[in-house]
Ligand binder design. Structure first.
Ligand code: MRU
Length: 326
């Protein structure tokens, strides 16, 4: 897999530099965060997003606090209050909390470098599941933009595409459009054959036999194998079940939360209504009409064909297969 020339998260020596994912696909600009508060806002406002990338950014936020000589515990507390669903955030902060102050910067670099290796390994384990000639449906963006490099679901696609003919259908992913804006952007840059469809088209293409399988990332996968991911993932999994298609989740071990028994325990972030009522400046909903904006859903383990991790592929019963991998 080739390493992208752009990076979602970088340490500059005195600041955290984030590729501004709000401005993609039309503008490739960076935001420089020089304080812990700026890093926290970068996560909340989705300058950076995607579970592993959020964890990496938070790790650098803590290292930045140490370098600035501000209270590291307060920084951890502030960063933990940014987004509630992706467990990688809390995993990374816990890792930093246990690290001696003088080693925090090295540890943040390690979180980033390890993530790159993890994504590569996920790609290698998962690629065998994708047949030559496949059209793979993916939802949201579980790509290089969401990780240290390569992605999770998109690492599997990238690795498979090295030796096989692979076509990707990217769900648009309402309301934040991570599929059409981000997945299409990075796959096009890599020369992967990608076509954008709106979320409500997936069933039609499955019915017509145009989709081979679906592969998604995850923000938190729990002990029984329930997979929490971007809102709309559950719908994709139900459609796969109905059409007899494999539904795969690509999940680094840092996204496994074995302290939770089922997906019902996962805190689901509700994001601002404006993401639903508007696209850019264009209003789509009458003023005053309430909207809901849960950012994630939970796909029950029974709908998940396999969970691809950097340590191997887990299959049902997940309670034992996931525990075996951790
Ligand atoms: O709200 P987002 O864009 O942070 O949601 C991201 C997702 O749902 C991804 O699929 C998930 O974090 C996996 S990223 C490898």
């Amino acid at each position: 897999m080739t390493t992208p020339s752009w990076h979602p998260v970088q340490w500059t020596g005195d600041a955290v530099r984030l590729l501004d994912q709000r401005r993609l696909p039309t503008e490739e600009v960076y935001v420089t965060c020089r304080t812990v508060e700026e890093v926290a806002l970068g996560i909340t406002d989705m300058v950076v997003r995607g579970a592993p990338a959020i964890g990496i950014t938070a790790a650098y936020g803590v290292a930045l606090a140490a370098q600035l000589g501000v209270d590291v515990d307060a920084a951890i507390q502030r960063l933990a209050a940014t987004r509630p669903t992706a467990v990688n955030l809390f995993w990374a902060l816990e890792r930093m909390r246990r690290t001696p102050r003088e080693s925090l910067m090295d540890e943040a670099h390690r979180v980033l470098e390890e993530d790159k290796a993890i994504c590569r390994a996920i790609g290698e384990h998962g690629a065998a599941l994708i047949p030559d000639g496949a059209t793979v449906l993916t939802h949201c963006n579980a790509g290089a933009l969401a990780t240290g490099a390569y992605g999770t679901a998109l690492a599997v696609i990238r690795e498979a595409a090295r030796t096989k003919r692979i076509r990707v259908f990217a769900d648009e992913t309402r309301p934040y459009l991570q599929g059409s804006r981000l997945t299409a952007w990075e796959l096009q840059k890599d020369g992967v054959d990608v076509t954008v469809i709106t979320d409500n088209m997936a069933g039609w293409f499955m019915q017509k036999g145009e989709i081979t399988c679906a592969i998604v990332g995850s923000d938190r996968t729990v002990r029984n194998g329930d997979v929490c991911n971007k809102i709309g993932t559950y719908t994709v999994a139900v459609l796969c079940k109905h059409h007899g298609l494999p539904f795969y989740a690509a999940v680094p071990v840092s996204t496994l939360d074995l302290t939770m028994r089922t997906g019902a325990e996962i805190p689901i972030e509700e994001r601002p209504p404006r993401e639903v009522t508007h696209v850019g400046d264009r209003q789509l909903v009458p003023t005053g009409v309430p909207v809901r904006n849960p950012s994630f859903d939970v796909t029950p383990a029974a709908l998940v064909t396999a969970i691809i991790t950097e340590r191997g592929v887990a299959r049902t019963p997940y309670e034992s297969s996931l525990a075996g991998l951790v």
